[in-house]
Ligand binder design. Sequence first.
Ligand code: SF4
Ligand code: SF4
Length: 172
Amino acid sequence: MPRGLTVDGFPTEEELKKSPGYPSEERFKRGPVAVVECVQEIPCNPCELACPRKAIQVGVPITNLPRLDEEKCTGCGICVARCPGLAIFVVDKTYSDKEASVSFPYEYVPLPREGDVVLAVDRAGSVVCDGTVLRISNPKRNDRTAVVTIAVPKGMADEVRGIARIRGERIG
Ligand code: SF4
Ligand code: SF4
């Protein structure tokens, strides 16, 4: 049975890896990098305008899929909060021997705290493993879209894209 964006509402890893916003495995080995999971041809380009290194290009027409120049990207994460589709992440597969870090946009309250043990979820929102909150970035320029970074087992770096929403009580 076919799967993917049109069936499930979120793309498969195969669809993503074919898209121009997805870094190569070689690039992942060299440290943090943006993962642009935008595979629908919509008129949108804040990601292009946000990147100070011009590492994301949409160009003309504005419905082009965003293209990541993985050599220019430093993994700074500025673009993560600027994407209205919440479709950009930063993944660092070199974070430690056993863990990768994943940064993602988070628009709920309460925010988690550094050191919290949280439930990491995949693109479908299913819990896939535990994570530990490393940092939360929420400067005024983010316009209330916080960027949360968690550490997860290295093998989960391609799957984890968020955390379970914390309802009332904090996890951990
Ligand atoms: S992570 Fe930083 S350098 Fe990379 S695309 Fe985003 S804004 Fe540009
Ligand atoms: S800002 Fe987000 S939704 Fe818009 S084109 Fe860029 S990646 Fe896609």
